[in-house]
Ligand binder design. Structure first.
Ligand code: SDX
Length: 436
């Protein structure tokens, strides 16, 4: 952190002593005011529910400029990564800070590939679930359960343990998501195949059956790989902050990632792609494009509690760059499948057009986010809606791990323990029950 020559001075109207607060600059983005000594010196906390103005950490991994609609992974624009790299190169970049050369890429790919199988005992956890269990309920359980199989490498303060856990989690998430899917449709699990690419292997574990050969469709595999890249990391979002806070207690990496899976499930976060597609289906049932006006009216009515799912973002106050790339992928996949007249996609584009012109959304800077189009692509590929967020979790696992490892590697890190503004009952005595 680079100290700024500007200081912040805190003064109080009651004549309490003023306090100078240091300001630090990053390489890009907003400066930060260091309030670490505030409570010790003033006896006061800051108050920032939802952390709208709070930087929780000093990171070098992902940078977002919400006004410009810019997203960089280790300095590389997401557009260039989506165009020129695959997901495993992006994983290498997020974990190690640099893109791999050809040899490094080959070695990393081999390492991940050789960890794609899960312990045979894992399948018995699934049997406990109902067949109609939500895949995110299954994934929350399976990811946490992984820690029971690797007692030799759960010390988060041991760099080798962190490295092998990272590889195991990245490698096994596709296998677990595919198992969660196969379980819900009553089909046998398909084992990973080491001669396939990461995304190709996932597609085969999802859609192959023991009864016939499965040939992955290159356009769909590339689209899946791009979905993974676009969802790989995103600064200090809710689930990443959850992973950091959970990991700060020193718990093992699998437990911390399981906490991230649980948080991502929420419809305001990773569950939005499932919610966005369900919303489009609902509008279609209402009557499609002709009924969009009626639906938008509901969204504007605060009492309706209806939101335009897949729109809006805490940081992006411009078009989410991932949504633009996802929309391109939509076109490619729908064309490849001869679905360019897909009514849901047409409805999505009509809804987007209206939202980008309507004062209500424009004034609130509500642009499409990554979740708006990702559901349409996944539905076209044949992924069931209920699995969308599990795939988001699969892709985001590398980001969670990179952020967790960065925190653990930071000599300044402590266990996260926020305070509160208390407005509850002050001290009072318990009365005997006969007198309550
Ligand atoms: C992800 O943080 C990340 O980086 C997350 C993510 C990642 O990669 O990790 O990018 C992934 O979670 C993307 C977001 C997916 N969520 C959705 O698409 C759900 C719909 N979006 C909203 O729930 C909302 O936009 C949030 C939660 C995403 C952001 O909410 P904020 O920043 O807290 O904004 P807000 O709720 O204060 O909204 C500001 C105004 C409000 O209206 P007013 O009170 O000012 O009148 O905009 C309105 C809100 O009611 N608003 C919406 C809306 N989102 C906000 N109105 C209608 N539809 C919406 N989608």
């Amino acid at each position: 952190m680079t100290p700024s020559d500007v200081k912040a001075t805190l003064s109080f109207s009651d004549g309490s002593p003023t306090m100078d607060l240091p300001i630090y600059k990053g390489s890009i983005g907003p400066d930060v005011i260091d309030i670490r000594k505030l409570y010790a010196q003033t006896g006061k906390f800051t108050y920032d529910p939802g952390f709208l103005s709070t930087a929780s950490c000093n990171s070098t991994i992902t940078y977002i400029d919400g006004d410009k609609g810019e997203l960089l992974y280790r300095g590389y624009p997401i557009e260039q990564l989506a165009e020129n790299c695959d997901y495993l190169e992006t994983c290498y970049l997020l974990l190690k800070g640099e893109l791999p050369n050809a040899t490094q890429k080959t070695d990393f790919t081999k390492l991940v590939t050789n960890h794609t199988m899960v312990n045979e005992q894992m399948q018995f956890f699934l049997r406990g679930f109902r067949r109609d269990a939500h895949p995110m309920a299954i994934m929350t359980g399976l990811v946490g359960a992984l820690s029971a199989f690797y007692h030799d490498s759960t010390d988060i303060h041991n760099a080798e343990h962190r490295d092998i856990s990272a590889i195991r989690l990245i490698a096994k998430m596709p296998t677990l998501v595919a198992m969660a899917y196969k379980y819900t449709i009553g089909q046998p699990y398909i084992y990973p195949k080491n001669d396939l690419t990461y995304a190709g292997n996932f597609m085969r574990m999802m859609f192959a059956t023991p009864c016939e050969d499965y040939q992955p469709n290159d356009v769909l595999v590339r689209a899946m790989d791009r979905i993974f890249i676009l969802h790989a990391d995103h600064e200090q979002n809710a689930s990443t902050s959850t992973v950091r806070l959970c990991g700060s207690s020193g718990t093992n990496p699998f437990a911390a990632i399981a906490a991230g899976v649980a948080c991502l499930w929420g419809p305001a976060h990773g569950g939005a792609n499932e919610a966005a597609l369900n919303m489009l289906e609902d509008v279609r049932k209402m009557g499609g494009v002709e009924k969009i006006g009626e639906f938008i009216k509901q969204v504007k009515d605060k009492n309706s509690n209806v939101k335009l799912m897949g729109f809006g973002h805490r940081v992006y106050k411009n078009y989410d760059p991932r949504a633009k790339l996802m929309r391109e992928t939509c076109h490619e996949v729908l064309d490849a499948l001869g679905l360019h007249d897909d009514p849901i996609f047409k409805l999505a584009m009509a809804l987007e057009k209206i939202a980008l012109e309507d004062e209500y959304f424009v004034s609130r800077k509500l642009y499409p986010n990554v979740d708006f189009y990702s559901g349409i692509v996944q539905r076209a590929i044949g992924i069931p809606v209920s699995l969308f967020t599990a795939i988001f979790a699969l892709a985001r696992t590398v980001g969670w791990i990179a952020q967790l490892n960065e925190m653990i590697g930071d000599p300044e890190y402590k266990i996260g323990r926020p305070r509160q503004l208390f407005n509850g009952a002050t001290a009072r005595d318990v009365m005997p029950i006969a007198r309550r």
